[in-house]
Every structure is written in C-alpha cells, then in structure tokens.
Design a protein around this ligand. Structure first.
Ligand code: HEC
Length: 259
C-alpha cells in the first residue's frame, strides 16, 4: 500500500510538474515563407540589407554580434553591401586599439577587418543595464534557439497583454512565444521605428521578417554556397548514374550474347 501511495504521489507530482514547467512553449510558432529555406533557398538580397538597418538602429542598443566583422557585410551570400558601403558602415564605429609606442591604448574608426562593435564592455555591464537579464549575442542566435528563424520572428511579434490572473513584475513583459511567456525585453519594434532607405514601409511584420533574415544569414553565412554545392553534387550524381548504367549495359551485352 505504501509503495502504491508513493508511486501515485510520484505520478501526480511528475504530471503537475510537467504541466507546470514554465519552459514549455505554449503556442505554435508563426511560419512565414522564407526565401532562404528549402533546396534552392536564397536570400532575397534586399531583406537582409534592411534587416541590418533594423539590427543596427534598434537591436544593437542592447545585443552584440561579436562574431561578425564589417567585411562580412560585403561578402557574397548575405546583405551584399558593396565594399565601399561596408567601409563607410565600419567607419561609423569606434574601436579601442593599441597599445601605441607610448604604451597607451587609443580609439580609432573601425575598419573592414574589425568585428562588430558591441553596446557593452562585458556581460556583467550588459546584464546590469537590462534589469538582470543578459541580452544574448545575436551572431548565431538563430542556430542556438529551437525553431530558428520562425522562433525569432514569432517572438518579435508575440507581445500581448498578459491573460487575466498573470501578474508581471516591473521590467517583465508577456510574450506568447517566449519559454514561460515572460521576457525581460520590452517589445523592440513598433511601426515606423526605422525609416527604410529603400522606401519599404517599416511595419512591425516587415521589420521582424527583415531582421530575422539578417540574423539567419549571420548564423549561417555559407547557406547559399552550400545549397549551390548540393545542387551541383546532385547533377554530378545524376550524370554518373547514367554513365554507369550504360557501361553496365555494354559490359553485360557481351556476356549475354555468349549465353
Ligand atoms: C533595450 C534593450 C534591448 C533591445 C533594444 C533589444 N533587445 Fe532583445 N533582449 C534584451 C534582453 C535583456 C533579453 C533577455 C531577455 C530575457 O532573458 O528575459 C533579450 C532577448 C532577446 C532574444 C532571446 C529570447 C530567448 O529566447 O531567450 C531575442 C531573439 C531578441 N532579444 C531579439 C531582439 C531583436 C531582434 C531586437 C531588435 C529588433 C532586440 N532583441 C532588441 C534586450 C533588448
């Protein structure tokens, strides 16, 4: 009887703790048509370019992307700014360099070879400035989160009034796609928060899509090259199959004619 009771207890406990794990996602992710998904997937060039604008004007106030360098912005496969444009972008940031011949550090404008300049000196400063939550580095965030691009996109559009009965502390927001539904990042997007250089209307949905494309490229800069290689490999295999088939036929034809 005792074993039964403890088993029952464990069962009930695990049942409730399963339901109660705040970490479970409660909503299906939004799933827009990404041009870069699928076998022939490619980035729609203008989208990651606009996405860079959203990142730099909005997200970069809190999130670093320290594994990207300004040079990457002009490399094939991503936003594909021209080299000149990438140089101008870089020159708007300041980096600490040195020491110089007097043994002192100095600041200078960033160059193509420099990594993206982050908003904070270190993780602690970033966490302290954001109410105890660390804004994660976004270089490979699309790869690091389950659901990838769909998740980032959904999260950006997932802010809602909390359902009745849920009380949020100061600096905590309700987001239906965040694990546990509570996030310490206020909604970073609102219609028109950036003015796109190419004239595209900057709706929340558009910005969420563009910045997600940019982040998807950053997390997988060789995606297009990989798709191209995959396609070539398939053509190669196809031709090989035909060749092998005909040479087999030829080989066997001699043997068959003897039987
Ligand atoms: C004012 C600062 C701030 C800005 C601006 C900001 N974020 Fe955040 N972000 C945060 C903080 C802080 C967290 C950590 C939240 C937490 O763990 O509760 C976060 C977390 C995230 C996460 C991770 C959620 C998870 O699953 O852990 C994503 C994705 C994200 N931000 C995307 C963006 C994007 C895209 C932008 C720009 C459009 C942006 N953020 C702008 C502060 C900011």
């Amino acid at each position: 009887m005792r074993t039964f009771k403890s088993l029952l207890f464990i069962f009930i406990f695990s049942f409730f703790s399963y339901n109660g794990t705040a970490a479970e996602r409660t909503h299906e992710l939004l799933n827009p048509e990404w041009s870069f998904k699928g076998f022939f997937g490619k980035f729609d060039r203008a989208s990651p370019q606009r996405g860079y604008q959203v990142y730099t004007e909005v997200c970069a106030a809190c999130h670093s992307m320290k594994y990207l360098s300004y040079r990457n912005l002009s490399e094939p496969g991503g936003p594909e700014f021209t080299k000149e444009q990438a140089k101008i972008i870089a020159s708007q940031f300041e980096v600490t360099d040195g020491p110089n011949s007097d043994g002192e550090m100095f600041t200078r404008a960033a160059r193509l070879s420099d990594n993206f300049v982050g908003p904070y000196e270190n993780m602690q400063a970033a966490t302290a400035a954001n109410g105890g939550a660390y804004p994660p580095d976004m270089s490979v965030l699309v790869k690091a989160r389950k659901g990838g691009a769909d998740y980032i996109y959904s999260l950006l559009l997932g802010y809602e009034e909390p359902p009745e009965g849920i009380v949020l502390d100061d600096g905590v927001y309700y987001n239906k796609y965040m694990a546990g539904n509570k996030i310490k990042m206020s909604n970073p997007l609102s219609d028109g928060i950036v003015e796109y250089l190419d004239g595209t209307p900057a709706t929340e949905d558009q910005m969420a899509k563009d910045v997600t494309s940019f982040l998807a490229w950053a997390a997988e800069p060789h995606l297009e090259a990989r798709h191209k290689i995959g396609f070539r490999a398939l053509i190669y295999l196809f031709i090989m199959t035909i060749l092998v088939y005909f040479s087999m036929k030829k080989l066997w034809s001699r043997i068959e004619s003897k039987i």
